[in-house]
Design a protein around this ligand. Structure first.
Ligand code: GLA
Length: 398
C-alpha cells in the first residue's frame, strides 16, 4: 500500500505471531506481547547529547508470541524471514552472537540476564515475531523488537516485578549499544515503552523525565503523514557513530558535560574553538533543543491552529534544514519529499529518525492530505505513505 490511509492495529499482527509460534514450535504460546515503532516529531540527534526530544509511538507494532523452555536455549523465528528457527544457547550469549536480526532478541536476553532480571535458573524461551513496523525505515523497528522481547522474557520468567518500564527501555538500549553494536541514544526505546495513545512524549534525555502532551491532530483538522522513502538506513554503518563521536568531542573541547549544556549564546565561542564542520554539528544540536522547547510551548497553548500552526510548521521545516545543512544526515530522497510536501501545501516537514535514508514526516491539513500524498508519490513513486496517530507503548496483548 502506498497511499495515505489509516494503519492497522495490534490485534492482527499479534494473531500472526501466535500462529507462527504454533507452526514453528508445535505448541501454543504462553502469551503475546507487542511494542510499537515511533516517529520523532522534533528533536533529532539531541538524545545522545542529553537534550530534548518529542516523539510519539505509532500504530505499527512488533508482536512476539512466547513460552518458556527448560533446556537453556533461546529460539527465535520471524514471519518476515524464511520461517527458519534460530537457536542460541543462553550460555553462548555474547555481543554480536548471532548475526543479523536474531542479535536483537539475543542481546535483550543477555542484557536482562546480566542485570539480574532473568534469574540464573531461567531455562530459555521460544519466541515468534511478526511486525508491521517497516524495517530500515527510520521508524525504530529495532526498538520495537527489543522492547517486545524484553517484556515477553520478563513475563515468562515471572520476573516482571524486576523490570520497570524505565529499566526495560534502558536495558533494550544497552542491548542495542553493546550487543548489536549500534551507538544509539535512548529516544527509540523510551518511545516504544512509554508511548501514549493520543499523546506526544516530551522527554528530557538527561533526567529521563517524560511529560505527555495531548496531540490530537484531528481536532485541528490536521494529520501527520509519514513518508518512507524506501532508502534503507543502517545506523551501525552510516555516519551515525561519527556524528555522535564528533558531538562528544565538541563537548569535551568546550568543557561541558554534553552539548545540552550550551545555548545559542555559546555558538560564537564554539565557532572560535572548533573546526568549521564540528561547529555546525554543535549549532544543529543547540538550535534543535531550542526548537523542541518552542514546539512544546506551542502545544501547551492549545490546538495547533492559526499562527500557532504556522509557527509549529516552521519549526519542523527549520529542523530539516538544520539536519540537512549543519548536521548533514539527510539525503536527496528525504530532501525531495520534504520540499515536495511543502510545495504541495504541508505546514511543515522534516526527516525523522537518524537520517541517511528512512522516513520524513509532514504536518498537513486533512483537506490537503490527498494532494500532498499525490505530489510526493509523483516525485518519488517508491515512497510508502501513511497517516500516523500517537499509539500506546509496549504492552501484553494476549
Ligand atoms: C536514531 C537513534 C536515536 C536517535 C535518532 C536521531 O533513531 O536510534 O537514538 O539518536 O536516531 O535523533
Amino acid at each position: 500500500m502506498n497511499t495515505a490511509g489509516t494503519v492497522g492495529t495490534v490485534g492482527p499482527i499479534a494473531a500472526e505471531a501466535a500462529r507462527l509460534f504454533e507452526s514453528a514450535y508445535g505448541r501454543t504460546a504462553g502469551g503475546v506481547w507487542a511494542a510499537p515503532g515511533r516517529v520523532n516529531v522534533i528533536g533529532e540527534h539531541t538524545d545522545y547529547n542529553e537534550g530534548f526530544v518529542l516523539p510519539m509511538a505509532i500504530d505499527r507494532y512488533t508482536a512476539v508470541a512466547a513460552a518458556p523452555r527448560t533446556d537453556g536455549l533461546l529460539c527465535v523465528v520471524s514471519a518476515a524471514g524464511d520461517h527458519r528457527v534460530t537457536e542460541i544457547a543462553l550460555s553462548d550469549l555474547a555481543p554480536r552472537v548471532p548475526h543479523g536480526w536474531p542479535a536483537y532478541p539475543a542481546g535483550v536476553a543477555w542484557a536482562l540476564r546480566g542485570a539480574g532480571v532473568l534469574p540464573s535458573r531461567f531455562g530459555g524461551a521460544d519466541l515468534a515475531f511478526a511486525s508491521t513496523v517497516p524495517i530500515g525505515a527510520g521508524l525504530s523497528s529495532s526498538a520495537a523488537l527489543e522492547c517486545s522481547t524484553g517484556m515477553a522474557l520478563a513475563a515468562i520468567a515471572d520476573a516482571e516485578v524486576r523490570l520497570s518500564p524505565a529499566e526495560l527501555a534502558r536495558l533494550s538500549q544497552y542491548a542495542e549499544n553493546v550487543y548489536a553494536g549500534v551507538p544509539c541514544g535512548p529516544l527509540d526505546q523510551l518511545s516504544s515503552v512509554f508511548g501514549a495513545e493520543g499523546g506526544v512524549l516530551f522527554i528530557d534525555t538527561r533526567s529521563l523525565e517524560i511529560a505527555v502532551h495531548p496531540f490530537d491532530l484531528a481536532v485541528a483538522e490536521l494529520t501527520l503523514l509519514v513518508i518512507d522513502t524506501g532508502v534503507s538506513h543502517d545506523l551501525g554503518e552510516s555516519g551515525y557513530p561519527a556524528r555522535r563521536a564528533s558531538c562528544e568531542k565538541a563537548a569535551a573541547v568546550l568543557g561541558v558535560q554534553a552539548l545540552r549544556d550550551l545555548t545559542t549564546a555559546d555558538l560564537d565561542r564554539a565557532a572560535a574553538q572548533l573546526d568549521e564542520t564540528t561547529a555546525r554539528r554543535v549549532r544543529h544540536v543547540v538550535t534543535e533543543n531550542e526548537r523542541v522547547e518552542r514546539f512544546v510551548s506551542l502545544l501547551k497553548l492549545g490546538e495547533l491552529t492559526g499562527p500557532r500552526l504556522n509557527a509549529a510548521g516552521e519549526l519542523l521545516t527549520a529542523s530539516h534544514a538544520s539536519l540537512r545543512d549543519d548536521f548533514e544526515v539527510s539525503c536527496d530522497e528525504l530532501d525531495v519529499v520534504v520540499d515536495t510536501a511543502l510545495r504541495a501545501g504541508a505546514h511543515g516537514a522534516r526527516m525523522t529518525g537518524g537520517g541517511f535514508g528512512g522516513s520524513a514526516i509532514a504536518l498537513v491539513s486533512l483537506d490537503r492530505a490527498e494532494r500532498v500524498t499525490a505530489s510526493v508519490l509523483d516525485a518519488l513513486p517508491e515512497a510508502e505513505i501513511f497517516q500516523a496517530v500517537p499509539a500506546r507503548g509496549a504492552h501484553r496483548v494476549a
